[in-house]
Design a protein around this ligand. Structure first.
Ligand code: ATP
Ligand code: TZE
Ligand code: MG
Length: 263
C-alpha cells in the first residue's frame, strides 16, 4: 500500500483518457477531476493516437458499446500499448451477457491490459469460473473470491481487482485485500466505473507498479465512501453520490490512514 500516491496524483494532475459508457460518463469525469486528476473522454477513432499521446493513462469501459465503438476501443488499447501508457479495462456485465464476454476476451487478445477491474460476476466470467452474475451486478456464487481473482490474473497476465464488500487485488501471485467501503456504493450506479478510472489515475503516477497503484486506488475510493456513509444517518443514495464527489476532493492521506483496513 502506498498512500503517498494520492498526494503525488494531486501534485501531478495526470490526464486520464477514457472510453466511457453513456450511462455514467459524467460521474466518471467528475470522479477523476475531484480526486485530482484530469479527465478526457473520446468518441472518435480518428483522434486516438493524438489522445493517447497527451494522456498518462487510459481506461476502457465496456459498459455499452456498439460495433464501431469496439473498433475504437481496440485502436485505443493498441495505441496505449505502443505508447507505453498504463491500460485499465472495466468488463461491465461480461458475466451476464455472453456476447460481451466474447468481445472483451477478443479485445484482450489484441492488446495487453495492465489492470482489469470488475465485480465478482465479471471477474468469475473472465476466469471461466461458475457464477450467477446479474446484469451489471455481482450476483452470487460460492467459489473463493481470491482464487477467482488469481485465476483471472493468471489468464490475462495482469493485475486484477475483484471489487465488492472486500476488494481483492492480485497479480496472480501476490494478494491484497481492502476491507473498507459501504453498501451505499451499490445504490449509486457507476461507482464501479468511477473506481476503474481512478485506478487508471493512480497507475499514471505509479512508476509501473500497477499492483501497488491498484491497491492504493481501492483503499482511497472505498475509505472515502465509508467516510461519507459515516456522516449519513440513513440510506440516501443521492446525498451519498454528491458527498462522495466532495469527499474525493477533500479527503487526505491522514483521514484514510485513520480508518484503513487492509491486509
Ligand atoms: N457491500 C459492499 N460493502 C462495502 N463496499 C462495497 C460493497 N459493494 C461494493 N463496494 C465498493 O463499491 C465500489 C464499487 O465496486 P462494485 O463492486 O460495486 O462495482 P460494480 O459492481 O462494477 O459497480 P457499478 O455497477 O456501479 O459499475 C468499490 O469501492 C467497492 O469496494
Ligand atoms: C446501467 C448500465 N448499463 C450499461 S453500463 C451501465 C452503468 C454501469 O456500468
Ligand atoms: Mg461495473
Amino acid at each position: 500500500m502506498k498512500l503517498e500516491l494520492l498526494d503525488q496524483l494531486r501534485q501531478t494532475n495526470p490526464v486520464v483518457l477514457n472510453i466511457s459508457n453513456f450511462v455514467t460518463v459524467q460521474d466518471v469525469a467528475n470522479g477523476i477531476n475531484a480526486i485530482g486528476a484530469s479527465p478526457i473522454m473520446s468518441e472518435e477513432i480518428a483522434e486516438t493516437d493524438e489522445m493517447v499521446a497527451i494522456s498518462s493513462a487510459v481506461a476502457l469501459n465496456l459498459g455499452a458499446f456498439s460495433k464501431p465503438q469496439v473498433a475504437h476501443i481496440l485502436k485505443m488499447g493498441q495505441s496505449a500499448n505502443a505508447n507505453h501508457k498504463p491500460l485499465v479495462i472495466d468488463p461491465v456485465a461480461v458475466g451476464a451477457i455472453s456476447y460481451r464476454k466474447q468481445v472483451a476476451t477478443d479485445l484482450m487478445k489484441q492488446f495487453q491490459v495492465d489492470v482489469i477491474r470488475g465485480n465478482a460476476g465479471e471477474i468469475a466470467a473472465l476466469a471461466d469460473v461458475e457464477w450467477q452474475a446479474k446484469g451489471i451486478d455481482a450476483g452470487s456464487g460460492d467459489q473463493d473470491l481470491v482464487e477467482i481473482a488469481k485465476a483471472a490474473a493468471v489468464k490475462q497476465q495482469c493485475v486484477v481487482i475483484l471489487s465488492g464488500e472486500t476488494d481483492v487485488i492480485t497479480d496472480g501471485q501476490k494478494v491484497a485485500r481492502v476491507h473498507n467501503g459501504t453498501p451505499l456504493f451499490q445504490l449509486h450506479v457507476g461507482s464501479g466505473d468511477m473506481l476503474s478510472s481512478i485506478v487508471a489515475a493512480f497507475c499514471a503516477v505509479s512508476d509501473g507498479d500497477y499492483f501497488e497503484a491498484a491497491q492504493t486506488a481501492c483503499l482511497v475510493f472505498a475509505a472515502t465512501g465509508e467516510l461519507v456513509a459515516n456522516q449519513l444517518k440513513e440510506e440516501r443514495p443521492g446525498t451519498f453520490a454528491a458527498q462522495l464527489m466532495d469527499e474525493l476532493h477533500l479527503v487526505s492521506v491522514a483521514d484514510i490512514e485513520k480508518i484503513a483496513q487492509f491486509d
